[in-house]
Design a protein around this ligand. Structure first.
Ligand code: ZN
Length: 385
């Protein structure tokens, strides 16, 4: 068993809790931090002082407090005090970002893979890391998102798109870079960004749906991502949406994979028009009113709406974030999505707030940076006991 331990963490448990509260929710007044963590003002001062001295926290001005009449001193994190690298591994390239402690992206870069042999991939990852770190303050840790089954934040148990089984990617990249490395399923990473710094920040429950080559689903409940060792299989991909739809590779008629993936939509439109059409072209045709493409894309949109309704009915999220490289479906077919969503919900339900992401690959890399940030701030991953 392999456990990645960062070289520096913000102090003991209580001190870490202060850093974490300010990182995720700051700037916060001292009294608000004390209230949230049930600390006396004296204890908070004792815990915050070393964090202020180390440069991780800073006094960020004052806020008028109506009740007491005395302005409240604010505490905030210094996002630039630490640097992290986040990467996303695809079958053709490695994409990377440098990010600060709040996952603000400072630089982006990518490198083409020369092959998918682990040694060749690690070489490209190390080159990219070196290039991303050039001219930057010292990087604390590297996070890498991989679409597959990941164990112990280091071992790629299986990643079919690379034809990998049991590759100790974490140790290999640590050896090549000399830095702590966290490997995580890419969808977990994407969801953790939304959890700490994105649309799910401060919410009790929210879900993530990603569209693209596969259909991804992430769920956070009571401040914890719901996951198990099957997470990387892509469990929502075979959710039934249309009893008369096309058949997926596993023989399901009208499952999410058969209707919503970019290849499924491109294939249906190509078939209808009798010529090969890419996903992007299919959506463009639908947007311009081409009848066959419009119908197919709207059917997919209605399917997406039904999927969102199922998620809303079963898990009661406060918002659903939609992302992934195929996310444009949600906007091109927005009316159909709305119809599908309404059709499967009780009329008394409130409208489900949706947050649509850009679909840029940087979003995956930012998520990978967040799992590195979490490891740094928590001292370990929350699910690593
Ligand atoms: Zn299926």
């Amino acid at each position: 068993m392999r456990i990645t331990t960062p070289r520096w963490t913000p102090g003991d448990g209580a001190m870490r809790a202060v850093a974490l509260e300010v990182l995720i929710h700051g700037p916060l007044s001292r009294s608000e931090v004390a209230r949230r963590l049930e600390l006396s003002p004296g204890s908070l001062t004792r815990l915050a002082n070393p964090l202020l001295e180390s440069g991780l926290l800073v006094e960020a001005g004052e806020q008028a407090d109506g009740k007491v009449g005395r302005p409240q001193q604010l505490l905030d994190i210094v996002p630039g005090s630490r640097r992290f690298v986040g990467m996303k591994l695809t079958s053709e390239e490695v994409l990377g970002v440098t990010a600060d402690l709040r996952a603000n992206v400072l630089a982006t870069e990518s490198r083409k893979l020369k092959g998918t042999d682990p040694a060749a991939v690690v070489e490209v990852i190390a080159e990219l890391a070196k290039s991303l770190m050039r001219g930057q303050p010292e990087v604390t840790a590297i996070g890498i998102g991989v679409g597959g089954l990941i164990e112990e934040h280091g071992l790629v148990r299986s990643a079919p798109f690379l034809k990998w089984n049991d590759v100790s990617l974490g140790s290999l990249v640590e050896a090549a870079t000399g830095l702590p490395v966290i490997i995580e399923n890419d969808l977990v990473a994407f969801t953790e960004y939304e959890h700490w710094f994105g649309a799910g920040r401060g919410l009790d429950r929210f879900a993530v749906v990603t569209l693209g080559a596969g259909i991804g689903y992430g769920l956070v409940i009571h401040d914890e991502i719901v996951s198990n060792d099957e997470f990387g299989i892509g469990l929502i991909g075979h959710w039934p949406l249309d009893p008369f739809g096309p058949v997926c590779s596993e023989g399901h008629r009208g499952c999410a994979k058969a209707i919503l993936t970019d290849s499924a939509i491109a294939q249906s439109v190509s078939q209808a028009l009798g010529k090969p059409v890419t996903y992007k072209a299919a959506l463009n045709l639908a947007a311009s009113g081409e009848p066959a493409a419009r119908r197919i894309v709207d059917d997919a949109g209605r399917g997406l709406g039904r999927l969102l309704a199922a998620i809303a009915n079963l898990t009661m999220p406060e918002t659903v974030v939609i992302g992934g490289e195929g996310v444009r479906l949600a906007s091109v077919a927005s009316e159909a999505v709305e119809m599908g969503l309404r059709a499967d919900r009780d009329p008394r339900t409130r409208p489900l707030p949706l947050t649509i992401r850009s679909g840029d690959n940087v979003e995956w890399c930012r998520g990978a940076a967040v799992v590195a940030i979490q490891t740094f701030v928590l001292g370990h991953r929350t699910d690593q006991h």
